[in-house]
Design a protein. Structure first.
Lengths: 113, 115
């Protein structure tokens, strides 16, 4: 059983397009995250939601809009894609209390041409 | 600002040997968590080991252990009896107290394992 899943795994698109990445977790966690890994492998937090509420927004351009329809899902919509948006985007989830461990999805490699 | 530094961009080890990956971090907090994550070529982020700052005992998970030096703000990962499957990027991560638990990552160390 997949714990944290992301779709699609690969996304190739043209500059200026709008695209979405979906994330779902079946762990019963109430906090979810989006991280961006750039071409140099550096990972940085973008957003976090707790029980469908935005709790972290790390100075990400407003072309990026996360949406959490329920606490098992956190989607990332990106408008007007730019070349610099090319990266691997990871979703992660964690339960409040407990082990404080974040579990990551397989990542979505976004390539903007 | 809280930062995590991994000073070794690349390391290599012979199969069955031991290797240590370095990590230092900067914080003024006393209660926090530290993690090592492994990212193989499949790019999946896999938790290797975690350490609570309030615990003096170093964490151990099978062939993986840490040397946690709180005063020195150092958190190194030791891999014993290295295996070919250990080849991957290794990321050190710091989780501050509160703050909704975001992880702050180091730049990573690429580990090669030679047969």
């Amino acid at each position: 059983d997949t714990a944290v899943s992301q779709t699609p795994k690969y996304l190739v698109t043209q500059m200026g397009n709008d695209k979405s990445i979906k994330c779902e977790q079946n762990l019963g966690h109430d906090t979810m995250y989006w991280y961006k890994q750039d071409s140099k492998k550096f990972l940085k937090i973008m957003f976090s939601y707790n029980n469908k509420e935005l709790i972290i927004n790390e100075t990400v351009p407003n072309r990026f809009s996360p949406k959490s329809p329920d606490k098992a899902h956190l989607n990332l919509h990106i408008n007007s894609l730019e070349l610099g948006d090319s990266a691997v985007y990871f979703c992660a989830s964690r339960t409040s209390g407990g082990t404080d461990t974040q579990y990551f999805g397989p990542g979505t490699r976004l390539t903007v041409l | 600002a809280q930062t995590v530094t991994q000073s070794q961009p690349e390391m290599s080890v012979q199969e069955a040997e031991t290797v240590t990956l370095s990590c230092t971090y900067d914080t003024s907090e006393s209660d926090y968590y530290l993690f090592w994550y492994k990212q193989p070529p499949s790019r999946q982020m896999i938790l290797v080991i975690r350490q609570e700052a309030y615990k003096q005992q170093n964490a151990t998970e099978n062939r993986f252990s840490v040397n946690f030096q709180k005063a020195a703000k150092s958190f190194s990962l030791k891999i014993s009896d290295s295996q070919l499957g250990d080849a991957a990027m290794y990321f050190c991560a710091y989780r501050p107290p509160g703050g909704y638990n975001k992880l702050i990552f180091g730049a990573g160390t690429r580990l090669a394992v030679h047969p």
